[in-house]
Design a protein around this ligand. Structure first.
Ligand SMILES: [Zn+2]
Length: 217
């Protein structure tokens, strides 16, 4: 847009970084670097017998990273797609060692109907980044949005850890069968109790090799 219109727009709709709140574009350059961090390795160990799988994360769910994720999920004021996508590519590159040149389906965590309706997609964008990151490393990777919540299974964010675990058991189904020899990488935005990833792992067994999340709580 013409310069004076941009200036007018900045006055009418002041912009600030979704991560640190500084007066800048949607994400300041400092916070944008969080998407380019070296991923760290976590693990989920579900008490009900789901095997432990390695989970890669950009970092802990706090400060700027937490603000960015919350804004991406809930606020329409900021465009964070390129941040989410870059984060996905870094996670995908980190995962490439886990898959040993097998073809990979990258499976995003199912979103609630409410979120689908509101079109606040975070996990699918990260998942597309993971596909790109794996592809760059020479892996045959595809986005496979094949896990759905069963009817009546809603969002988990207001529940306690134990309720989440119980609530997730049996809450998901797959819409496609993973071909033999194809590995599955799970993607979610935040890992809190690990219940979502554990249930995904349960319904996709035995193909799951690892997971990627933006942050762990
Ligand atoms: Zn910032």
């Amino acid at each position: 847009m013409p310069h004076f219109l941009q200036h007018l727009s900045d006055i009418l709709f002041p912009r600030y970084c979704a991560g640190c709140g500084c007066w800048d574009t949607d994400v300041c350059s400092q916070c944008y670097l969080l998407a380019d961090s070296e991923p760290v390795l976590k693990a989920i160990d579900d008490s009900s017998g789901v095997p432990t799988i390695p989970i890669w994360a950009l970092g802990a769910y706090r400060k700027e990273l937490r603000n960015l994720i919350l804004t991406a999920k809930h606020a329409a004021t900021h465009r964070l797609d390129s941040f989410l996508w870059l984060a996905g590519t870094r996670l995908g590159a980190a995962i490439s060692d886990d898959v040993h040149n097998h073809p990979v389906w990258v499976v995003p965590a199912p979103s609630s109907w409410k979120r689908r309706w509101q079109r606040r997609h975070v996990t699918p964008i990260v998942a597309r980044g993971v596909v790109a990151g794996l592809s760059e490393m020479g892996i045959d990777a595809w986005l496979a949005d094949i896990v759905r919540l069963r009817f009546g299974a809603g969002a988990q964010s207001s529940r306690s850890g134990e309720l989440r675990r119980r609530g997730r058991r049996g809450a998901m189904k797959t819409t496609a069968i993973v071909p033999k020899g194809t590995l599955v990488v799970l993607v979610d935005d935040v890992m809190t109790t690990g219940a979502t990833l554990a249930e995904m792992s349960h319904v996709m067994d035995p193909h799951v090799v690892s997971g990627a999340v933006l942050a762990y709580a």
